[in-house]
Design a protein around this ligand. Structure first.
Ligand code: PRP
Ligand code: GLN
Ligand code: MG
Length: 513
């Protein structure tokens, strides 16, 4: 996941984009970038780091113009430390386009080669987003040959773009001199929504954002979610157009957004994230009372921040006191989205501290929203014991994470997942708890459906192993894993979901020429 925003306004957008990115910071802590336009030129600044560290006053002053896009990055492709892979990306032809992306292309390898051998375009980084931008540029180039660009020709180009891209993508892009083009993949895996502000005399300022919290936070009005397979185009005068590009698109949103990724005060596809997390707590409480002697639990404790709504509901239903036994250092970010296991492990200890008075001689039921690598849960159980807990029961409001994610969450290797290939008892032993309780997959899905019954299907592959784009083979997962374990040896195959070899593709393309 990453956070993306785009604006077409009647006032300078540099501060608006900055403020929106701050509200989306929880979606990406590695890099941040803003590109603005005054109609003709782009002005861009991007670097590794948090929003407040990347943009100094001098950078903000240089971001001129009344339209622009921004991104906070949590990398899934390429290298976390490479500043070149921070977003937005830029191409100078056709017209000049900047683009930011949330998601992950699962056929980036093949597209990269198509770019080189067929479209004669050079991709300079290992980012799938640079590939995506060049596919878009190539198709806009073809769809506007001999005609001016407008919403129609942009949407026509997108028909081709959708047929070429596989995986997940929520995208904001800005075409120099024309306007904002934003679109969401045909499964709606990653979120994207629209906001507006009416400024009188029939004029409207428009905004698109990964999450509604950024729209509300800067004082715009939430309009609606972008539908799966839909695109919107807002020209530089603020004229809004939209088109359903993929006729048979179907909503399969990433369920992990509700579990952990999104802010609880956001609404996604008509569903309050906070309500879902509370509902997850309702179901988890039922499971806990079936599997545990609740009379032997003294307190229920959340692991700050994301598990609080679920833990509160667990405590309420079980009739057990809710206590905050872990104090959180507010200056440490989210540990799960930090790059590298060593930094994640160290940061859990820096981020959370157990207060002895809350643990001494108590049987504690600790609730977290999810257990992925087990980094947090292992450290937390140790801390609880050192603080004097008599018994530690660990409950996860999400089911075991057993399968890699290929759609924008950086967990591509099976071996890093604590639940992969282990029995329930083995996971309990790894974490060090006295008892471990997981949510059931169906209860998690039902938690979202309870809030909005039209939400029938989900992208829940990390829990159920079903990949909604339907083209994720074992060999793809093996290659992805190998590329992560040994990036140097496999870099030009990373993100390639095809059985094509480089020479086969080259041959096929040269035969077509
Ligand atoms: O099993 P793990 O690999 O440790 O991952 C799971 C943990 O990571 C997340 O917390 P994080 O600190 O990222 O953010 P939060 O403050 O929103 O809970 C999540 O809420 C779990 O606590
Ligand atoms: N998490 C994401 O959405 C990442 C976007 C893109 N794949 C990148 O690596 O920059
Ligand atoms: Mg957490």
């Amino acid at each position: 996941m990453c956070g993306i925003v785009g604006f077409v306004a009647n006032e300078p957008v540099n501060q608006l984009i900055y403020d929106a990115l701050l509200l989306l910071q929880h979606r990406g802590q590695d890099a941040a970038g803003i590109a603005t336009t005054n109609g003709r030129s782009f002005y861009m600044h991007k670097a590794n780091g948090l929003v407040r560290d990347v943009f100094r006053t001098r950078n903000m002053r240089s971001l001129i113009g009344k339209a622009g896009i921004g991104q906070v990055r949590y990398p899934t492709a390429g290298s976390a430390s490479s500043e070149e892979e921070a977003q937005p990306f830029y191409v100078n032809a056709p017209f000049g386009i900047v683009l930011a992306h949330n998601g992950n292309l699962t056929n980036a390898g093949v597209l990269r080669e198509e770019m080189f051998y067929r479209d004669r375009r050079h991709i300079n980084t290992s980012s799938d987003t640079e590939v995506l931008l060049n596919v878009l540029a190539d198709e806009i180039q073809h769809s506007t040959e001999g005609i001016a660009l407008d919403a129609n020709s942009a949407f026509t180009a997108l028909e081709k773009v959708y047929s070429r891209l596989q995986g997940s993508f929520a995208v904001v892009s800005m075409i120099a001199g024309y306007g904002l083009l934003a679109f969401r993949d045909a499964n709606g895996i990653r979120p994207l929504c629209i906001g507006r502000m009416d400024i009188g005399q029939g004029k409207t300022q428009w905004m698109v954002s990964s999450e509604s919290v950024a729209i509300e936070g800067i004082g715009y009005e939430f309009v609606r979610d972008v539908a799966p397979g839909e695109a919107i185009f807002v020209d530089l005068d603020g004229n809004f157009a939209s088109r359903q590009i993929v006729a048979d698109a179907e909503l399969n949103p990433c369920i992990f957004e509700y579990v952990y990724l999104a802010r609880p005060d956001s609404f996604m596809d008509g569903v309050s994230v906070f309500d879902v997390r509370m509902r997850m707590g309702d179901y988890l409480a039922k499971k806990i009372s079936r599997e545990t002697d609740i009379n032997d639990i003294d307190v229920v404790m959340p692991i700050p921040d994301s598990s609080r709504p679920a833990a509160m509901q667990v405590a309420k239903h079980l009739g057990i006191e809710y206590r905050e036994g872990f104090f959180k250092n507010r200056y440490i970010g989210r540990t799960f989205i930090m790059p590298g296991q060593a930094v994640r492990k160290k940061s859990v200890r820096q981020k959370l501290n157990a207060m002895r008075v809350e643990f001494h001689n108590k049987s504690v039921l600790i609730v977290d929203d999810s257990i992925v690598r087990g980094t947090t849960s292992y450290e937390i159980v140790q801390m609880a014991r050192m603080a004097g807990a008599r018994k530690v029961i660990f409950a996860s409001a999400a089911p075991p994470v057993c399968f890699p994610n290929v759609y924008g969450i950086d967990m591509p290797t099976r071996s890093e997942l604590v639940a992969y290939g282990r029995t329930h008892d083995e996971i309990n032993e790894m974490i060090g708890s006295d008892q471990l309780i997981y949510q059931d997959v169906e209860d998690l899905k039902q938690a979202v459906r309870d809030i909005n019954p039209i939400m029938t299907n989900f992208e829940a592959s990390c829990f159920d192993g079903f990949y909604v784009t339907g083209n994720i083979t074992t060999s793809y997962l093996d290659a992805l894993e190998a590329s992560r374990i040994n990036p140097e040896a496999t870099s030009d195959r990373a993100g390639d979901n095809s059985d094509f070899s480089r020479s086969q593709l080259h041959l096929q393309l040269t035969q077509q020429e």
